[in-house]
Design a protein around this ligand. Structure first.
Ligand code: NAD
Ligand code: TDX
Length: 353
């Protein structure tokens, strides 16, 4: 079995490839353009101790149609799992065009290449699959009640979520029009080791350790539904076994927390772990809200629980504890990736340009 993973140098793609290397015999092709958010250290650590021929990195930008097609033709995958995307909402506010290029045009180029490859090799590949990894943000913003499910109407409200919604529509159109065997998953907020420290949880940990102020956007009452990254990866793998072609599955952790709760929880945990005299909570600062800030996300995971028999292994408390410990033990990595990316934790997403 040959699998093409796009975005494998990113946070979730990296976790997926590590799992595939450790638990399967797939030949893995990792297609990534290597952006500011990419890092291959976590994969190389595992790959060097496993069968080196099972893994190959392809440095390709999906916005480049002919290189994308070459990569698909070269790898001849049985399965494509598409995670590559610009993924940070704040950056989509400052630079939306990058999101259109990677998330919409990139997905289109990959779909076209997949279709050509699948049509050519239908006799050799029995169970071809194009699995598109998407987000709950495509469904928009909830009030204090209600949940997203597979039938929720799309209502994206940031350039990031609009670009992901667009890519979901394109993928679905290739199923209906060309019968390309696809699956779509829409997952809630992930957290865990190796996440670039621009997203809330790693940013808060890094800010606290560096004794810098910790920014909470608006009043901190916005709510996200948190899922440990390895639980997301488990869901993706289980959907390959038990999912139905053409279907969508929502993946969520049933762990809704407000941003204020998350930040205070991390501060308390760090107070205990580091025995700090001054509470890290003193670093918290409420700052100008994110433009178009979605209030609440919440996934109803009944379909994936009942049909795929998946549920998260870790509670939020277990996952966040592991994550905090990982960042405490890997500060050198954080400093290095921030430096390489030319980002030092400053506020972005206020339409500065
Ligand atoms: P990430 O930003 O950590 O990694 C994305 C990777 O994609 C990077 O290595 C980047 O270089 C690569 N990439 C971007 N544009 C590319 C292009 N044009 N060509 C080739 N490679 C490109 O993102 P992540 O958090 O790992 O998210 C992965 C996927 O999961 C994304 O599609 C995202 O929308 C989705 N998702 C993320 C979350 C979350 O909480 N992080 C939740 C639900 C869904
Ligand atoms: O410094 C901050 N302060 C703050 O209050 C940052 C970076 C964020 N926030 C708030 C904004 C959100 O309400 O925290 C919440 C989480 O923010 P992000 O980590 O930027 O994630 P979010 O915008 O919810 O999007 C994430 O989840 C869905 C991922 O980045 C997406 O890729 C995924 O699709």
């Amino acid at each position: 079995m040959k699998i093409l993973v796009t975005g494998g140098a990113g946070f979730i793609g990296g976790a997926l490839i590590r799992k595939l290397l450790q638990n399967t015999s797939y030949k893995i092709f990792n297609l990534d353009k290597l952006s500011y958010a990419s890092d291959l250290v976590s994969i190389n650590q595992i790959n060097s101790s496993s069968d080196i021929n099972r893994y190959e990195f392809l440095n390709v930008d999906l916005a480049d149609q002919s290189k994308t097609q070459d990569a698909v033709e070269y790898s001849k995958p049985d399965k494509i799992i598409h995670l590559a995307a610009e993924s940070h909402v704040d950056r989509s506010i400052d630079s939306p065009s990058l999101f259109i290029q990677s998330n919409i045009l990139g997905t289109f180029n990959l779909l076209e290449s997949a279709k050509i490859h699948w049509e050519k090799s239908k006799k050799d590949i029995i169970d071809f699959l194009f699995h598109h990894v998407s987000t709950d943000e495509v469904f928009g913003s909830l009030g204090s009640t209600g949940q997203f499910n597979e039938d929720t109407k799309y209502d994206p409200r940031s350039p990031y979520s609009a670009s992901k919604a667009s890519s979901d529509h394109l993928v679905r159109s290739y199923f209906h029009t060309y019968e390309l065997p696809i699956l779509i998953t829409n997952c809630s907020n992930n957290y865990g080791p190796w996440q670039f420290p621009e997203k809330l949880i790693p940013l808060v940990i890094m800010k606290a350790i560096s004794n810098e102020y910790i920014p909470i956007y608006g009043n901190g009452k916005n709510i996200r539904d948190w899922l440990f990254v390895d639980d997301h990866v488990d869901a993706l793998l289980q959907i390959w076994d038990r999912g139905v072609i053409g279907e969508t599955y929502c993946i969520g952790g049933e762990s809704e927390r407000s941003n204020k709760f998350i930040v205070e929880y991390i501060c308390e945990a760090l107070n205990k772990k580091l025995n700090n005299k001054k509470s890290f909570k003193e670093l918290i600062k409420f700052v100008k809200d994110r433009p178009g800030h979605d209030h609440r996300y919440s996934i109803n995971p009944n379909k994936i629980k009942n049909q795929i028999k998946w549920k998260p292994k870790l509670t939020f408390e277990e996952g966040i504890d592991r994550t905090i410990d990982w960042y405490l033990n890997n500060q050198a990595w954080c400093k290095r990736v921030l430096l390489d990316a030319g980002y030092s934790g400053e506020r972005i997403g206020l339409q500065k340009e």
